[in-house]
Design a protein. Structure first.
Length: 196
């Protein structure tokens, strides 16, 4: 089988893979996957992503602090991230962003402060129910990267692409009742889209 799938967003460090991680990862290339970016969600999982990248030649790492993990980040998170970014095979900062969906996440102003700090590096962005604030910061900093698991409108997708970023479409585009993700997929150029 020809390997042509580049999975731009995976979490093989997740505990769900504890029992069969090696077997699952080994089977990827047989299923057409040529490369994977394993994405960190906090400092520990970022280190785990780096370890996976060191173990498998076709895996790369992204390091960052997910908005759901902001409240547990240490005071020196920025310095630690800057050290992790220097590691071999780290190709992006992520998964970072804003998530206003869950009430037990850090307050919005704290999430925004973390997002701004990390946004100045290189990014895989998480945006859930925070489209306006996300776009404001993207327009301010003009980073290069991917808006992961895109859930915004067609208009927002076009604005993201104008900034030179990519749209990451995940499984939601295949859901029976999915209207907006399907409209986004149909409206943006293939060269601006990545698979997750």
């Amino acid at each position: 089988m020809q390997n042509f799938i580049f999975d731009s967003h995976a979490h093989y460090d997740d505990e769900a893979f504890e029992e069969d991680r090696h077997q699952v990862i080994q089977s990827l290339q047989q299923k057409g996957v040529c490369n994977v970016i394993n994405v960190g969600a906090n400092l520990e999982r970022s280190k785990d992503s780096i370890a996976l990248a060191a173990q498998y030649p076709f895996i790369y790492a992204a390091v960052g602090i997910h908005p759901g993990d902001v409240k547990d980040a240490p005071a020196d998170y920025q310095e630690q991230l800057e050290q992790l970014i220097k590691q071999p095979k780290v190709v992006a900062v992520g998964e970072i962003g804003l998530d206003y969906h869950y009430e037990d996440n850090a307050p919005r102003d704290v999430q925004i402060a973390f997002f701004e700090t990390q946004l100045q590096l290189a990014v895989i962005i998480h945006d859930r129910e925070a489209h306006a604030d996300t776009m404001d910061l993207l327009k301010k900093y003009k980073p290069k990267g991917v808006v992961h698991c895109f859930s915004g409108s067609v208009e927002m997708a076009k604005e993201v692409i104008k900034l030179g970023m990519y749209i990451g479409l995940g499984g939601a585009v295949t859901f029976k009742n999915a209207k907006t993700p399907v409209a986004v997929a149909a409206s943006i150029p293939l060269e601006s889209m990545v698979l997750e």
